[in-house]
Design a protein around this ligand. Structure first.
Ligand code: TXA
Ligand code: MG
Length: 352
Protein backbone atom coordinates (compact mmCIF):
# COMPACT_ATOMS: atom_id res chain seq x y z
CA UNK A 1 0.00 0.00 0.00
CA UNK A 2 1.20 3.51 -0.75
CA UNK A 3 0.90 5.85 2.26
CA UNK A 4 -0.08 9.37 1.22
CA UNK A 5 0.89 12.32 3.39
CA UNK A 6 -1.40 15.31 3.77
CA UNK A 7 0.21 18.35 5.41
CA UNK A 8 -2.17 20.89 6.95
CA UNK A 9 -1.97 24.02 9.06
CA UNK A 10 -2.64 22.86 12.62
CA UNK A 11 -4.53 25.96 13.71
CA UNK A 12 -6.43 26.77 10.54
CA UNK A 13 -6.78 23.53 8.57
CA UNK A 14 -7.93 23.70 4.95
CA UNK A 15 -10.83 21.23 5.23
CA UNK A 16 -10.77 20.32 1.54
CA UNK A 17 -7.32 18.79 2.04
CA UNK A 18 -8.76 16.40 4.63
CA UNK A 19 -11.55 15.06 2.38
CA UNK A 20 -9.63 12.13 0.81
CA UNK A 21 -8.61 10.95 4.30
CA UNK A 22 -12.22 11.22 5.53
CA UNK A 23 -13.33 9.18 2.47
CA UNK A 24 -10.66 6.56 3.21
CA UNK A 25 -11.99 6.19 6.78
CA UNK A 26 -15.55 5.76 5.47
CA UNK A 27 -14.30 3.11 3.03
CA UNK A 28 -12.71 1.07 5.84
CA UNK A 29 -9.16 2.40 5.47
CA UNK A 30 -6.57 3.47 8.06
CA UNK A 31 -5.64 7.11 8.67
CA UNK A 32 -3.04 8.51 11.08
CA UNK A 33 -4.12 11.90 12.43
CA UNK A 34 -2.88 14.43 15.02
CA UNK A 35 -4.61 15.01 18.35
CA UNK A 36 -3.70 17.32 21.24
CA UNK A 37 -2.40 14.31 23.22
CA UNK A 38 -0.56 12.09 20.70
CA UNK A 39 -1.07 11.02 17.07
CA UNK A 40 -3.68 8.28 16.57
CA UNK A 41 -4.07 5.52 13.98
CA UNK A 42 -7.78 5.50 13.14
CA UNK A 43 -10.39 3.31 11.48
CA UNK A 44 -14.20 3.27 11.34
CA UNK A 45 -15.09 2.04 14.86
CA UNK A 46 -18.28 0.34 13.65
CA UNK A 47 -16.37 -2.09 11.40
CA UNK A 48 -14.98 -5.28 12.94
CA UNK A 49 -12.40 -5.48 10.12
CA UNK A 50 -11.26 -1.92 10.87
CA UNK A 51 -10.13 -2.84 14.37
CA UNK A 52 -8.47 -6.01 13.05
CA UNK A 53 -6.46 -3.94 10.56
CA UNK A 54 -5.35 -1.55 13.33
CA UNK A 55 -4.26 -4.42 15.58
CA UNK A 56 -2.31 -5.93 12.68
CA UNK A 57 -0.60 -2.64 11.73
CA UNK A 58 0.45 -1.95 15.34
CA UNK A 59 1.29 -5.57 16.20
CA UNK A 60 -1.09 -5.03 19.13
CA UNK A 61 -2.74 -7.86 21.09
CA UNK A 62 -6.45 -7.91 20.11
CA UNK A 63 -7.62 -8.05 23.76
CA UNK A 64 -6.42 -4.46 24.26
CA UNK A 65 -9.46 -2.26 23.48
CA UNK A 66 -9.42 0.87 21.30
CA UNK A 67 -10.72 4.35 22.19
CA UNK A 68 -13.64 5.59 20.07
CA UNK A 69 -13.22 9.22 18.92
CA UNK A 70 -16.21 11.49 18.23
CA UNK A 71 -16.40 15.03 16.87
CA UNK A 72 -19.15 15.97 19.32
CA UNK A 73 -19.53 14.68 22.90
CA UNK A 74 -23.30 14.60 22.26
CA UNK A 75 -22.74 11.77 19.73
CA UNK A 76 -21.73 9.40 22.54
CA UNK A 77 -25.26 8.02 22.78
CA UNK A 78 -24.87 6.55 19.29
CA UNK A 79 -22.11 4.25 20.52
CA UNK A 80 -22.78 3.94 24.27
CA UNK A 81 -25.38 4.30 27.03
CA UNK A 82 -24.66 7.76 28.41
CA UNK A 83 -25.26 8.73 32.03
CA UNK A 84 -25.75 12.07 33.83
CA UNK A 85 -22.16 11.79 35.13
CA UNK A 86 -20.88 11.43 31.53
CA UNK A 87 -22.80 14.58 30.58
CA UNK A 88 -21.21 16.52 33.45
CA UNK A 89 -17.73 15.31 32.48
CA UNK A 90 -18.39 16.16 28.83
CA UNK A 91 -19.54 19.65 29.71
CA UNK A 92 -16.46 20.30 31.85
CA UNK A 93 -13.69 18.61 29.84
CA UNK A 94 -14.79 17.87 26.25
CA UNK A 95 -13.57 18.41 23.67
CA UNK A 96 -10.25 17.70 25.40
CA UNK A 97 -7.88 15.05 26.77
CA UNK A 98 -10.43 12.95 28.70
CA UNK A 99 -11.69 9.44 27.86
CA UNK A 100 -14.74 8.00 29.62
CA UNK A 101 -15.64 4.30 29.75
CA UNK A 102 -19.35 3.58 29.21
CA UNK A 103 -21.51 0.55 28.50
CA UNK A 104 -21.39 0.00 24.75
CA UNK A 105 -24.22 -0.17 22.22
CA UNK A 106 -24.37 -2.80 19.46
CA UNK A 107 -23.14 -0.24 16.90
CA UNK A 108 -19.63 -0.90 18.22
CA UNK A 109 -18.40 -4.46 17.57
CA UNK A 110 -16.49 -6.39 20.22
CA UNK A 111 -13.40 -6.40 18.00
CA UNK A 112 -13.13 -2.65 18.70
CA UNK A 113 -13.50 -3.10 22.46
CA UNK A 114 -11.20 -6.08 22.87
CA UNK A 115 -14.18 -8.30 23.69
CA UNK A 116 -15.48 -6.00 26.50
CA UNK A 117 -19.10 -4.81 26.78
CA UNK A 118 -17.84 -1.29 27.57
CA UNK A 119 -16.46 1.32 25.18
CA UNK A 120 -14.00 4.16 25.78
CA UNK A 121 -15.26 7.49 24.39
CA UNK A 122 -13.19 10.62 23.68
CA UNK A 123 -13.65 13.92 21.77
CA UNK A 124 -10.27 15.40 20.85
CA UNK A 125 -9.93 19.19 20.88
CA UNK A 126 -7.30 19.34 18.11
CA UNK A 127 -8.94 21.26 15.23
CA UNK A 128 -7.57 18.84 12.61
CA UNK A 129 -8.81 15.75 14.49
CA UNK A 130 -12.15 17.42 15.04
CA UNK A 131 -12.53 18.38 11.35
CA UNK A 132 -11.54 14.89 10.17
CA UNK A 133 -14.10 13.28 12.51
CA UNK A 134 -16.81 15.67 11.34
CA UNK A 135 -16.03 15.10 7.64
CA UNK A 136 -15.93 11.31 7.96
CA UNK A 137 -19.21 11.22 9.91
CA UNK A 138 -18.25 7.91 11.56
CA UNK A 139 -16.96 7.18 15.07
CA UNK A 140 -13.22 6.54 14.73
CA UNK A 141 -11.40 3.93 16.81
CA UNK A 142 -7.83 5.12 17.29
CA UNK A 143 -5.03 3.89 19.48
CA UNK A 144 -1.80 5.84 19.68
CA UNK A 145 0.19 5.72 16.43
CA UNK A 146 3.11 3.58 17.55
CA UNK A 147 4.15 0.00 17.05
CA UNK A 148 2.87 -1.85 20.13
CA UNK A 149 5.22 -1.34 23.09
CA UNK A 150 7.05 1.68 21.61
CA UNK A 151 6.63 5.27 22.85
CA UNK A 152 3.57 7.00 21.32
CA UNK A 153 4.18 9.24 18.30
CA UNK A 154 3.74 12.96 18.93
CA UNK A 155 4.56 14.08 15.38
CA UNK A 156 3.90 12.83 11.85
CA UNK A 157 7.53 12.04 10.98
CA UNK A 158 7.74 9.56 13.88
CA UNK A 159 4.45 7.95 12.84
CA UNK A 160 5.70 7.72 9.24
CA UNK A 161 8.87 5.96 10.37
CA UNK A 162 6.75 3.13 11.81
CA UNK A 163 3.70 3.01 9.51
CA UNK A 164 4.92 3.86 5.98
CA UNK A 165 3.16 1.41 3.64
CA UNK A 166 0.77 0.21 6.38
CA UNK A 167 -1.85 3.02 6.36
CA UNK A 168 -3.71 4.92 3.62
CA UNK A 169 -3.01 8.44 4.87
CA UNK A 170 -0.91 10.29 7.42
CA UNK A 171 -2.13 13.79 8.26
CA UNK A 172 0.82 15.93 9.33
CA UNK A 173 0.08 18.99 11.51
CA UNK A 174 2.92 19.80 13.87
CA UNK A 175 3.63 18.29 17.29
CA UNK A 176 0.97 17.30 19.83
CA UNK A 177 0.68 20.10 22.39
CA UNK A 178 0.18 17.83 25.45
CA UNK A 179 2.40 14.91 24.47
CA UNK A 180 0.89 12.27 26.81
CA UNK A 181 -2.25 10.23 26.09
CA UNK A 182 -5.67 11.20 27.49
CA UNK A 183 -6.82 10.65 31.05
CA UNK A 184 -9.06 7.54 31.22
CA UNK A 185 -11.84 7.29 33.81
CA UNK A 186 -14.46 4.66 34.55
CA UNK A 187 -17.63 5.73 36.40
CA UNK A 188 -18.18 3.46 39.42
CA UNK A 189 -21.40 5.13 40.63
CA UNK A 190 -23.55 8.21 40.02
CA UNK A 191 -20.91 10.50 41.48
CA UNK A 192 -17.70 8.45 41.63
CA UNK A 193 -14.88 7.69 39.22
CA UNK A 194 -11.98 5.29 39.01
CA UNK A 195 -8.97 6.94 37.35
CA UNK A 196 -7.39 4.26 35.16
CA UNK A 197 -4.79 6.25 33.23
CA UNK A 198 -3.62 9.71 34.40
CA UNK A 199 -3.29 12.47 31.80
CA UNK A 200 -3.64 16.22 31.39
CA UNK A 201 -7.08 16.22 33.04
CA UNK A 202 -5.87 15.59 36.60
CA UNK A 203 -7.58 13.99 39.61
CA UNK A 204 -8.00 17.48 41.10
CA UNK A 205 -9.68 18.69 37.90
CA UNK A 206 -12.07 15.73 38.00
CA UNK A 207 -12.95 16.44 41.66
CA UNK A 208 -14.53 19.71 40.51
CA UNK A 209 -17.41 17.76 38.92
CA UNK A 210 -17.42 14.50 40.85
CA UNK A 211 -17.25 13.96 44.63
CA UNK A 212 -15.14 10.78 44.63
CA UNK A 213 -12.13 10.13 42.40
CA UNK A 214 -10.21 6.95 43.22
CA UNK A 215 -6.85 6.38 41.58
CA UNK A 216 -6.42 2.81 40.35
CA UNK A 217 -3.43 1.15 41.98
CA UNK A 218 -2.25 -0.04 38.53
CA UNK A 219 -1.28 3.60 37.82
CA UNK A 220 1.87 2.92 39.86
CA UNK A 221 1.96 -0.86 40.24
CA UNK A 222 2.88 -3.53 37.70
CA UNK A 223 -0.05 -5.94 37.26
CA UNK A 224 0.65 -9.46 38.57
CA UNK A 225 1.29 -12.29 36.17
CA UNK A 226 -2.03 -13.47 34.68
CA UNK A 227 -3.93 -10.47 36.16
CA UNK A 228 -6.38 -8.74 33.81
CA UNK A 229 -6.53 -5.10 34.98
CA UNK A 230 -9.70 -3.02 34.39
CA UNK A 231 -7.69 -1.10 31.82
CA UNK A 232 -6.21 -3.97 29.76
CA UNK A 233 -3.48 -1.76 28.30
CA UNK A 234 -1.85 -1.48 31.75
CA UNK A 235 -0.66 -5.08 31.59
CA UNK A 236 1.54 -4.47 28.58
CA UNK A 237 4.98 -2.90 28.73
CA UNK A 238 4.81 0.36 26.84
CA UNK A 239 6.91 3.34 25.86
CA UNK A 240 10.08 1.37 26.37
CA UNK A 241 13.41 2.30 24.87
CA UNK A 242 15.22 -0.85 23.72
CA UNK A 243 18.01 -0.25 26.29
CA UNK A 244 17.42 -0.95 30.02
CA UNK A 245 15.68 2.09 31.51
CA UNK A 246 15.93 2.94 35.23
CA UNK A 247 14.28 5.71 37.26
CA UNK A 248 16.15 7.55 39.99
CA UNK A 249 14.46 8.80 43.18
CA UNK A 250 15.89 10.66 46.20
CA UNK A 251 16.89 14.22 47.12
CA UNK A 252 17.71 16.63 44.24
CA UNK A 253 21.40 16.66 45.29
CA UNK A 254 21.69 12.85 45.40
CA UNK A 255 19.88 12.44 42.08
CA UNK A 256 22.16 14.94 40.38
CA UNK A 257 25.31 13.34 41.80
CA UNK A 258 24.15 9.87 40.78
CA UNK A 259 23.18 10.96 37.25
CA UNK A 260 26.44 12.87 36.81
CA UNK A 261 28.49 9.79 37.73
CA UNK A 262 26.31 7.52 35.58
CA UNK A 263 26.87 9.70 32.50
CA UNK A 264 30.65 9.63 33.12
CA UNK A 265 30.44 5.84 33.24
CA UNK A 266 28.60 5.50 29.92
CA UNK A 267 24.89 5.85 30.69
CA UNK A 268 22.44 8.01 28.72
CA UNK A 269 20.61 10.45 31.04
CA UNK A 270 17.20 12.05 30.50
CA UNK A 271 17.57 15.09 32.75
CA UNK A 272 16.07 18.43 33.77
CA UNK A 273 17.45 21.60 32.14
CA UNK A 274 19.07 22.74 35.40
CA UNK A 275 20.86 19.38 35.78
CA UNK A 276 22.22 19.45 32.21
CA UNK A 277 25.45 21.43 32.83
CA UNK A 278 26.65 18.69 35.24
CA UNK A 279 25.96 15.82 32.85
CA UNK A 280 28.11 14.80 29.89
CA UNK A 281 26.87 16.72 26.85
CA UNK A 282 27.00 13.73 24.49
CA UNK A 283 24.97 11.54 26.84
CA UNK A 284 22.23 13.86 28.11
CA UNK A 285 18.73 14.62 26.83
CA UNK A 286 17.20 17.60 28.66
CA UNK A 287 13.39 17.67 28.77
CA UNK A 288 12.61 21.02 30.48
CA UNK A 289 12.91 22.56 33.91
CA UNK A 290 12.10 20.38 36.94
CA UNK A 291 9.09 22.58 37.75
CA UNK A 292 7.76 22.59 34.15
CA UNK A 293 5.77 19.36 33.98
CA UNK A 294 3.92 20.41 30.78
CA UNK A 295 7.19 20.82 28.90
CA UNK A 296 8.45 17.46 30.19
CA UNK A 297 5.16 15.86 29.06
CA UNK A 298 5.53 17.31 25.56
CA UNK A 299 9.07 16.02 25.25
CA UNK A 300 9.02 12.67 27.07
CA UNK A 301 8.19 10.32 24.19
CA UNK A 302 10.66 11.87 21.75
CA UNK A 303 13.31 11.75 24.52
CA UNK A 304 12.67 8.02 25.04
CA UNK A 305 13.05 7.44 21.29
CA UNK A 306 16.17 9.61 21.11
CA UNK A 307 17.74 7.70 24.03
CA UNK A 308 17.85 4.62 21.81
CA UNK A 309 19.93 6.42 19.21
CA UNK A 310 22.51 7.68 21.71
CA UNK A 311 25.58 5.69 22.57
CA UNK A 312 25.31 4.11 26.02
CA UNK A 313 24.06 0.79 27.35
CA UNK A 314 21.54 1.99 29.95
CA UNK A 315 19.20 4.99 30.28
CA UNK A 316 18.46 6.85 33.54
CA UNK A 317 15.83 9.52 34.31
CA UNK A 318 14.44 11.31 37.37
CA UNK A 319 11.30 9.75 38.91
CA UNK A 320 8.57 12.44 38.53
CA UNK A 321 6.45 13.60 41.51
CA UNK A 322 2.82 12.50 41.98
CA UNK A 323 1.14 15.90 41.89
CA UNK A 324 -0.73 17.41 38.93
CA UNK A 325 0.57 16.28 35.55
CA UNK A 326 3.44 14.57 37.44
CA UNK A 327 1.27 11.49 38.00
CA UNK A 328 0.83 11.01 34.24
CA UNK A 329 4.59 11.38 33.65
CA UNK A 330 5.28 9.02 36.54
CA UNK A 331 2.86 6.40 35.17
CA UNK A 332 4.37 6.45 31.65
CA UNK A 333 7.94 6.42 32.95
CA UNK A 334 7.30 3.61 35.45
CA UNK A 335 5.87 1.51 32.64
CA UNK A 336 8.73 2.35 30.28
CA UNK A 337 11.16 1.31 33.04
CA UNK A 338 9.19 -1.86 33.81
CA UNK A 339 8.86 -0.32 37.33
CA UNK A 340 12.60 -0.31 38.04
CA UNK A 341 13.33 2.53 40.51
CA UNK A 342 16.54 3.05 42.51
CA UNK A 343 17.25 5.42 45.41
CA UNK A 344 20.18 7.68 44.47
CA UNK A 345 21.27 8.14 48.12
CA UNK A 346 21.41 4.37 48.77
CA UNK A 347 23.30 3.74 45.53
CA UNK A 348 25.89 6.45 46.30
CA UNK A 349 26.44 4.97 49.81
CA UNK A 350 27.00 1.49 48.36
CA UNK A 351 29.78 2.89 46.19
CA UNK A 352 31.72 4.44 49.04
O1 TXA B 1 -4.90 10.32 24.00
C1 TXA B 1 -5.34 9.21 23.68
O2 TXA B 1 -6.17 8.62 24.35
C2 TXA B 1 -4.79 8.60 22.38
C3 TXA B 1 -5.22 9.47 21.20
C4 TXA B 1 -4.89 8.87 19.86
O3 TXA B 1 -6.58 9.78 21.30
N1 TXA B 1 -5.21 7.23 22.24
C5 TXA B 1 -4.69 6.23 23.01
O4 TXA B 1 -5.14 4.97 22.70
O5 TXA B 1 -3.89 6.42 23.90
P1 TXA B 1 -4.40 3.64 23.16
O6 TXA B 1 -5.13 2.56 22.43
O7 TXA B 1 -2.96 3.72 22.94
O8 TXA B 1 -4.74 3.50 24.67
C6 TXA B 1 -6.06 3.17 25.04
C7 TXA B 1 -6.10 2.64 26.45
C8 TXA B 1 -5.57 1.23 26.55
O9 TXA B 1 -4.76 1.13 27.70
C9 TXA B 1 -6.83 0.40 26.70
O10 TXA B 1 -6.61 -0.76 27.45
C10 TXA B 1 -7.79 1.36 27.40
O11 TXA B 1 -7.49 2.59 26.83
N2 TXA B 1 -9.20 1.08 27.10
C11 TXA B 1 -9.83 1.24 25.92
N3 TXA B 1 -11.12 0.82 26.01
C12 TXA B 1 -11.31 0.41 27.28
C13 TXA B 1 -12.41 -0.15 28.00
N4 TXA B 1 -13.60 -0.37 27.40
N5 TXA B 1 -12.22 -0.46 29.31
C14 TXA B 1 -11.04 -0.22 29.92
N6 TXA B 1 -9.95 0.29 29.28
C15 TXA B 1 -10.07 0.59 27.99
MG1 MG C 1 -0.96 3.43 23.22
Amino acid sequence: METKIITVDEKNPDLSLLLPAAEALKAGGLVIFPTETVYGIGCDATLAEGAEKVYAAKGRPSDNPLIVHLSDPGDADKVAFVTPLYRRLAKAFMPGPLTVILKKRDAIPRQTTGGLDTVAVRCPSHPVANALLRLSGVPVAAPSANISGRPSATDAATALSEFDGKVDYIIAAGSSSIGLESTIVMPTGDDSLLLLRPGAVTADDLKLVCSEVKISDTVERAPDEGERPVCPGMKYRHYAPSKPFILVSGSPEDRLEYLRKASEEGAVVICYDEQAPEIRADRRIAVGEESDLSEQARRLFSALRLADRYEGDVVYANLPPRDGLGLALRNRMLRAAAHKVIDAGDELLKRQ
